[in-house]
Design a protein around this ligand. Structure first.
Ligand code: 4AD
Ligand code: MG
Length: 433
């Protein structure tokens, strides 16, 4: 039997007879020729079967192969600029059928509605567009890890079961934990703060959960977040870190995901334009800009999706908004000593209407102020005793942020909705498959 190769490596096998193990994605025939679109998970390519090259029975049988039949295909690789997917083609000499579909394959080549595709997410995943998105997601994950690993941040994995809220009590998922109540984590931040005091600079990267009851194109109930935290870091350096980080992701995607972005028909011009420094504006300045551009934000309120879209479009590049009103932000935020009504926080808002991708800032490091804030937010003090210890024993200023992976993937890929950015999205009305 010929050597088994993957489609992604096919360029190294021009002129050779090799085997591809995969599935039939699509087929068309014209008299003496069958054109088979093959996929093997690593790529898609065309195979051509010429009537004169194979025995008649095989040629006739091939005519009846259906979409998603699993097949092992042997043939000779040649270059062909005109071929679909990649500039290579296989001249097929043999096909072994592994399994025929037992039913008609539902995700056909005609247009399907999103609801139907979401119900068939486990099959929809096989299509070129979805494969491309998952490859970009993987590259972004590599860029994220590379960025922090190269800067010698210590990886500290945060727990999923937690005793209390981080980001407000309205989006908590509650679960039984033996005889206690527990919540799925909303953010690993509090644990990273303890980690920063042990390792100096740390990050975690994992799934986080929020019972988001609104259906929007930017919210999932289960999403991945990367959260760096650094001891002795203040807001300006936090913004420097966030800026370098976002730039790194954009550059990495442009360099490593050319083919995928082409499959997705992503116009890369807006991404190529992105360059440091990113504008840094205060909440007050942001409100002015939103108002000047037709938004109807009320001073003091948090930004809604339309406000973020106005900001993103105004700057054409990621913009960092700092010093929001403290009372619309989380309990742990440090207040600006120059204006106690403001928090020393920052949100990074992506261009092109993708909204907030990063939230972070300085943490309150005075134990008494933090205790007071926990009380004011009606949070259960017992659950935070360990967190207060981080301030009781050698407290230092510290800061960090969280970047949402799915919103970043949506932005890089140019996707309207975050549901396509994660293999199996979880939303208010979606838990199957
Ligand atoms: O702004 P958030 O709520 O910040 C935190 O959780 C901080 N504790 C992070 C930190 O400082 N360590 O969330 C951070 C990011 C948002 O900017 C957004 O990109 C993403 O997480 N995010 C969501 N992504 C998808 N679906 C949701 N429901 C999201 N909620 C937040
Ligand atoms: Mg936020």
């Amino acid at each position: 039997m010929a050597e088994h190769v993957y489609i992604e490596d096919i360029a190294d096998h021009v002129g050779e007879t090799v085997t591809i193990k995969g599935w039939l994605y699509n087929m068309r025939s014209s008299g003496k020729l069958h054109f088979l679109e093959l996929r093997d998970g690593t790529g898609f390519m065309q195979g051509v079967m010429f009537k004169g090259d194979v025995d008649e029975e095989l040629f006739d049988k091939t005519n009846y192969l259906r979409q998603e039949t699993s097949i092992i295909v042997t043939g000779t690789v040649k270059e062909d600029e005109r071929a679909p997917f990649i500039p290579f083609e296989m001249g097929i000499s043999d096909i072994e059928v592994v399994a025929e579909p037992t039913q008609e394959y539902p995700v056909t080549h005609k247009e399907h509605g999103v609801a139907f595709l979401m119900e068939n997410r486990h099959l929809w995943m096989r299509t070129p567009r979805q494969v491309a998105i998952m490859k970009v997601r993987h590259e972004i994950i590599k860029a994220i890890r590379g960025f922090f690993d190269d800067r010698k941040f210590q990886l500290v994995d945060a727990p999923i079961f937690t005793p209390a809220a981080v980001e407000g009590t309205t989006t908590l998922f509650e679960t039984e934990y033996f005889s206690q109540k527990a919540y799925l984590t909303q953010s690993g931040q509090l644990y990273m703060e303890a980690g920063a005091m042990a390792f100096g600079k740390v990050y975690c990267f994992g799934p986080t959960f929020r019972a988001e009851k609104s259906k929007t194109r930017r919210h999932l109930t289960e999403f991945w977040m990367v959260e760096p935290e650094v001891a002795y870091m203040e807001l300006d350096e936090d913004m420097d870190l966030a800026e370098a980080f976002v730039q790194h992701i954009v550059s990495h995607v442009l360099e490593h995901c050319k083919d995928e972005l082409e499959t997705l028909e992503r116009d890369t011009a807006p991404l190529e334009k992105i360059a440091q420094p990113f504008p840094r504006i205060s909440y007050d300045e942001a409100v002015e800009i939103i108002k000047e551009n037709g938004g109807d934000i009320e001073y003091g309120a948090d930004f809604g999706a339309p406000d973020e879209t106005i900001l993103g479009e105004h700057f054409d590049t990621p913009v960092m908004v700092h010093r929001y009103p403290a009372d619309i932000k989380a309990f742990y935020m440090r207040k600006d000593p120059n204006d106690e009504t403001k928090a020393l926080c920052v949100d990074v808002i992506a261009p092109e209407g993708y909204g907030e991708i990063i939230g972070g800032g300085e943490r309150e490091w005075d134990v008494e102020k933090l205790e007071k804030s926990i009380e004011e937010h009606n949070l259960p003090m017992e659950a935070f005793e360990w967190y207060l210890d981080v301030r009781r024993y050698g407290s230092v200023p510290h800061a960090g942020f969280g970047l949402g992976l799915e919103r970043t993937v949506a932005w890089m890929c140019g996707l309207h909705h975050v549901r396509e950015t994660i293999p199996f999205p979880r939303m208010m009305d979606k838990i199957i498959p």
